[in-house]
Design a protein around this ligand. Sequence first.
Ligand SMILES: [Zn+2]
Length: 182
Amino acid sequence: MFGVDGFCRKCGIPFVPQQGSLVLQRSGLRVGGVWNPYWMGPMVCMEDSIANQVAERFDVQLLEVGWPKGPPGGAKQIIPAVTEHPWFDPEVLTATVTRYGTPGSECPICGVWKWRPIKGIWPPITLSVSEDRPVIASPEWFGGGGWASFHELLLVRELAELLVKASPRDFRIRDDVDIRYV
Ligand SMILES: [Zn+2]
């Protein structure tokens, strides 16, 4: 996904935006509807028929999903636009995640700070109007002590509704997040 040397071997955070296809194992995977392939964080994949609807209605980047055997195809992944403007107030985020232990850690190799995942009620999010897109990712990194590293994602409601309609068991829309625009 990020090239051979594209991510930090210590914390798993990529040095560059995603370039290649996400490669998924077919075994044990349900390739249908919309799904999140890994436990490691929000990542949205969908079968081509749904990806076509998404591409028609929304200005989003879609990348073919790859497979270890055979050519890529049949499914696509949404590549979110990572914003530059931080989403969270570090003090509020620290207070939120510290309830569950340490707030996060700085990688001794690449120096990137990784927050522990947000559980329960989310702290308010501040977005820059200029960066408003159908699917955006937080510049903040989240994850555990290992390689699992992810950005949080926000989708415009119409797109979220399309995905939830396609896979109601895998996704739900959260209405309890306080989003402010600056
Ligand atoms: Zn690192």
